[in-house]
Design a protein around this ligand. Structure first.
Ligand code: AMP
Ligand code: ZN
Length: 465
């Protein structure tokens, strides 16, 4: 498998340090709000990378942190008159709601910054001992330019870094390029006891500390959005490599940005959407499909049109799967014939194409195309080969590939029931507004899933056909 390594700016053959086991770290959300659709991109694409590595037989230990203390969390808590922990806990819970909806598997470990203060203090102390960091009035700063490789990831000449650096208000640094590892507590702010007095960690240090604690000194893959390359990832490298004296991450993967109607998403432009909003409009799975319809290193444009297209394509996939499911339950009982076996082995080329695409720096766009080619071939043969066995074989081939991308996944009964009830409610609302076309469309959509509605004086009853 080849992955584009931002460190070398090349596609390189990926081999983990330990042949069976992959150690992967991804920067997670700062939990002060519902996450937005831009954040959803790295969460989805790196979930797919992890699933694909598992599909290829690796064990993946995947760590994704929660930044549960920083200025944004504190400001939100102050606005609402609650503690930082109330805010962090609430949005961690909401993260898991949206992540589940989007089909993002929970990481192996989701560590929180505030639960790793001891590891953070330890690495900061090591950096001070080694002369890479210094205390200044209760703050601790990293001497960026002392780290010889500073700038190696973002490929910025040191002169440019020096010219662009400024000392902010209240900072007590030796040099404008230095960055904070530890911040002295301001009155009223949450704080932890440290050798440098009461304070809280800077943002960059938490990832170095948690990657080291949960994965070790050197990891196989570190990932995140391209905006994190500098300064966040550059600083993570400097901290980890200065403290541990060895390479931090062998591969650095960065996803390109998601824009909205070809503009940067920002609150001030009024084009800021949370995943929660988008899921209400299009459904979670359409968002996932849309994200995977482009290569992760190409910018992607979020628009109503592109989401509607994703929804329509996904519907074709669902219809095909529903059809195969129906036939695999209701088809005739004969065993597979030799001719059918031959047809099925003819489908292998689609799996090969899918794997070739995924091996090429997780090209999900081409991988999706391979799934649609398989579905087209299945659709044109499954009806003429009316046995359950043949339909079941087709279904398992389609599911095998869809599962790697986290599409058309089998749902548990409870979440299926919740979706059906939400659709029934939407139908009732449409009827109330006398939008009968929409109400009929929803009834048909439910019927296609084998759900029969019965309007009774007590309300709508439903059952499976
Ligand atoms: P944050 O919570 O802001 O630290 O971001 C969490 C993740 O989302 C990081 O990996 C960011 O790089 C990524 N991210 C933020 N905005 C976007 C965007 N518009 N498009 C793609 N990725 C983004
Ligand atoms: Zn990080």
């Amino acid at each position: 498998m080849k992955l584009f390594n931002s460190l070398t700016r090349k596609k390189e053959e990926f081999t983990p340090m330990d042949p069976q086991n992959v150690k992967m770290y991804s920067c997670g959300p700062t939990v002060y709000n519902y996450f937005h659709i831009g954040n959803a991109r790295p969460f989805i694409v790196f979930d797919v990378l992890r699933r694909y590595m598992e599909y290829r037989g690796y064990n993946v230990k995947f760590v994704q942190n929660f930044t549960d203390i920083d200025d944004k969390v504190i400001n939100r808590a102050n606005e609402e008159g609650v503690t930082y922990k109330d805010i962090a806990d609430k949005y961690i819970e909401e993260y898991f709601v949206d992540a589940k909806g989007l089909g993002i598997h929970p990481a192996t470990i989701h560590p929180k910054a505030t639960e790793n203060i001891d590891a953070i203090i330890e690495i900061v102390s090591t950096l001070i001992e080694k002369g890479y960091a210094y205390e200044s009035e209760g703050d601790v700063y990293f001497r960026a330019l002392k780290f010889k490789d500073y700038g190696k990831l973002s490929k910025q000449p040191l002169e440019d870094l020096v010219a662009g650096a400024r000392i902010g208000v209240g900072e007590k640094k030796e040099d404008a390029c230095d960055f904070a590892l530890w911040k002295a507590a301001k009155p009223g702010e949450p704080s932890w006891t440290s050798p440098w007095g009461e304070g809280r960690p800077g943002w960059h240090i938490e990832c170095s500390a948690m990657a080291n604690r949960y994965l070790g000194k050197t990891i196989d893959i570190h990932s995140g959005g391209v905006d994190l390359t500098f300064p966040h990832h550059e600083n993570e490298i400097a901290q980890s490599e200065a403290a541990n004296g060895c390479q931090f991450a062998n591969f650095w993967l960065h996803n390109a940005f998601l824009n909205i109607d070809n503009k940067k998403m920002s609150k001030s432009l009024g084009n800021f959407f949370t995943v929660r909003d988008a899921a209400e409009a299009y459904g979670y799975e359409a968002i996932r499909f849309f994200m995977l319809s482009a290569h992760y290193r190409s910018p992607i444009n979020y628009s109503q049109e592109s989401l509607m297209q994703a929804k329509a394509a996904l519907e074709r996939l669902h219809n095909a799967v529903n059809n195969m499911e129906f036939l695999s339950k209701n088809g005739s009982g004969e065993a597979l014939s030799d001719a059918q076996k031959e047809i099925l082995s003819g489908f292998d080329k689609h799996r090969e194409k899918f794997i070739a695409a995924m091996d090429d720096d997780i090209n999900t766009a081409d991988a999706i195309a391979a799934i649609f080619e398989l579905v087209r071939d299945v659709n044109s043969t499954v009806a003429d080969n009316g046995s359950s066995a043949f339909a079941a074989e087709c279904l398992s081939r389609v599911r095998e590939l869809c599962d790697v991308l986290g599409l058309v996944e089998k749902k548990d009964e409870a979440s299926l029931d919740a979706e059906i009830e939400a659709l029934i409610e939407a139908r009732q609302a449409a009827r109330k507004e006398r939008n009968f076309a929409e109400a009929d469309r929803i009834r048909d959509e439910l019927a296609a899933q084998g759900i029969i509605l019965e309007d009774t004086p007590q309300g709508v009853k439903w059952h499976r056909a």
